[in-house]
Design a protein around this ligand. Structure first.
Ligand code: XIL
Length: 370
């Protein structure tokens, strides 16, 4: 039986999916290979400790999606990101349309900027994403190729991108959003041309390009025990049975205040029981705007439920919000009529949700001696 990685085991040898691997949790820093740098000693906690310090004692990284242009364009954004977070995820800069707008001419400029930022600020980098049905370059969506050639194109993309970021990215969302709501495989470009085997192939190609990276599948709407997460569970169990190098499952958690997943902890635990790591990868909690009285307090309860669930599950190694300030957030564009989904307001002042997350991390840090 495989052992489940625990937060206490971060940085030591961990058994994942039947393979003994060292250094496969995000214990490192500085955007380098986890484990090749010393595990940071948790800083003594003060009354205003940032989230990253509050989480460090539990071996948990706390991350945010990053809009790379905002690092230079939005006052205070970079400083706050560096201060509060120990992990970064590119909101767009590592997606296929960003890194290969012209076939065969990769452009990693924006993503490299983020990796350099992470290195300077002692952060790990979570890679997002390699295979998705969205954010594909036009040359690919407009192409009409023989089926087998889609496999060649996909293999070349994965090899190039994972190879470029070897030594810099600790984990990859190898396949993003592979499932339909009923738990079956999404009928997208990849399943239609390559069949269901594309997921195992993508994981193997990513593993070949960086054998040390932890390879995730990432999904939305699968946070509760439901038809979609049942399908996800069957999928990952089958992949593991085939010996496919899958290391973790990411749960996005784009939530509305009414949408607290009642069985989130139970759901996360059934995945870690398979020997996998789990991560909260894209948390945000949108509210109808203008926000009604009490809406931000209710939002804070949802953030609290999410961080508490992660803390309750050994093997939940990473907690990432999809944007940290309402000044730079995808929500108003993606969900018209909604906004204010983040931990900090547009002036970068902490909202009730920030204090809820900080309080939960502080409680966990003081309850668990390092
Ligand atoms: C979103 C970005 O936030 C937007 O800026 C972009 O226009 C579209 O993609 N699930 C994912 C993320 O996995 O990549 C998506 O990010 C949000 C939903």
């Amino acid at each position: 039986m495989v052992a489940v990685s625990t937060l206490a085991a971060v940085g030591s040898a961990i058994v994942v999916a039947g393979q003994t691997r060292a250094e496969n949790a995000p214990a490192g820093a500085a955007g380098t290979r986890p484990g090749t740098v010393p595990t940071p000693v948790p800083a003594p906690l003060g009354p205003h400790s940032p989230l990253r310090d509050l989480a460090a004692g539990r071996g948990l990284v706390v991350g945010s999606a990053v809009d790379v242009p905002a690092l230079s364009a939005t006052p205070g954004y970079a400083a706050e990101l560096g201060r509060e977070f120990s992990s970064v995820t590119a909101e767009s800069a590592m997606k296929w349309d960003a890194v290969e707008p012209v076939q065969g001419s990769p452009d990693f400029t924006a993503a490299d900027t983020l990796v350099a930022f992470a290195r300077t600020h002692g952060q790990v980098v979570y890679g997002h994403n390699l295979v998705w049905y969205q954010s594909l370059p036009d040359w690919l969506t407009n192409a009409t190729l023989p089926d087998a050639q889609y496999g060649e194109v996909l293999r070349a993309h994965i090899s190039a991108e994972v190879g470029h970021f070897r030594q810099a990215v600790w984990a990859w969302d190898v396949v993003n959003e592979p499932l339909a709501e009923d738990g079956s495989l999404r009928p997208d470009l990849w399943t239609s041309h390559l069949g269901p085997g594309y997921i195992a192939d993508a994981l193997r190609w990513a593993h070949d390009a960086d054998p040390d990276a932890v390879l995730f599948l990432n999904e939305y709407g699968a946070e509760d025990v439901n038809a979609k997460s049942d399908g996800l569970y069957r999928l990952v169990r089958d992949l593991l049975a085939q010996g496919v190098p899958l290391g973790g499952v990411g749960f996005q958690l784009h939530l509305a205040p009414a949408g607290v997943p009642a069985r989130l902890v139970e759901n996360l635990r059934r995945f870690t029981a398979l020997g996998l790591q789990v991560a909260i990868t894209e948390l945000d909690v949108r509210v109808p705007v203008p926000a009604a009285a009490g809406a931000l307090a209710r939002q804070a309860e949802v953030y609290l439920a999410a961080i508490s669930a992660c803390l309750a599950v050994p093997g939940c190694v990473s907690f990432t919000v999809w944007g940290f300030t309402d000044a730079v957030s995808w929500i108003p564009a993606a969900y018209p009529g909604y906004g204010q989904a983040c931990l900090l307001d547009p002036t970068l002042a902490p909202k009730p949700a920030y204090w809820a997350v900080a309080g939960a991390l502080r409680h966990a840090a003081t309850a668990t001696p390092p």
